[in-house]
Design a protein around this ligand. Structure first.
Ligand SMILES: C[S@@+](CC[C@H](N)C(=O)[O-])C[C@H]1O[C@@H](n2cnc3c(N)ncnc32)[C@H](O)[C@@H]1O
Length: 208
């Protein structure tokens, strides 16, 4: 992770309200439904590159008790703590590169919306999946959303790798030390706050 990439993301959050950030969802309903349908509230859920997403707050309200916010930027992490107020004490916080994050509490659901697709170099994808491998529980689930093959080629001004569900499965199966099964997939049109369409690919991968 270069300093300039971190500065890019810090600036995006410091300089912009959510209404000016293309990835903002007023309600992350797909993520929330997939997470809640994949596990029980006492299990450890991590939101990777969580930014200022409403997902963790909604999971807290739904009774989830083991939540971790992993995010590169101080800006978004501090904003989220302020938004959650007293409830922020119920969340684990890691500010840094998701590829470097390690936890002693096995992760049951690893959720990533619009982070993995920024890893355009094979070594970065390898390091990310190595972090999944060491942190995820034996029967754990990865819920991942990237730009689809028909989606934009850039996100936040940065180039992305586009995927369909099969390509996500193949990427995990080729780089992980574990085997993976595709349990669900969805192609979804996200409307940015500015009204532009972005086609996302969601995939639910289970570690075998
Ligand atoms: C497009 S935004 C998506 C934010 C959030 N997942 C959502 O759906 O609203 C990408 C997020 O990933 C964070 N990010 C980028 N690279 C990261 C990395 N290597 N480790 C942790 N977070 C990262 C950025 O700071 C930003 O918050």
């Amino acid at each position: 992770m270069t300093d300039s990439l971190k500065s890019h993301w810090e600036g995006r959050y410091s300089d912009n309200a959510d209404s000016a950030l293309s990835w903002t969802e007023s309600d992350p309903f797909i993520s929330r439904e997939w997470v809640t349908n994949s596990t029980s509230p006492d299990q450890h859920i991590v939101d990777i590159g969580a930014g200022r997403s409403k997902l963790l707050g909604q999971l807290l309200d739904a009774g989830f008790t083991q939540l971790t916010h992993v995010e590169l930027t101080e800006a978004a992490s501090n904003d989220m703590r302020a938004t959650l107020g007293e409830k922020s004490a119920l969340v684990n916080w890691y500010v840094g590169d998701a590829k470097c994050w390690r936890t002693d509490l096995p992760v049951q659901v690893w959720h990533d919306r619009a982070v993995f697709h920024f890893l355009t170099k094979p070594n970065d994808r390898k390091a990310y999946i190595a972090a999944v491998d060491v942190n995820l529980a034996a029967n754990g689930t990865v819920i991942i959303a990237t730009f689809h093959l028909t989606g934009p080629q850039k996100c936040s001004g940065l180039p992305v790798q586009q995927y369909d569900a099969q390509a996500l499965l193949e990427t995990f199966n080729s780089l992980s030390q574990w085997d993976w099964r595709l349990d669900d997939e969805l192609v979804h049109q996200h409307l940015t706050p500015g009204g532009n369409s972005q086609i996302f690919q969601y995939a639910k991968l289970t570690r075998l």
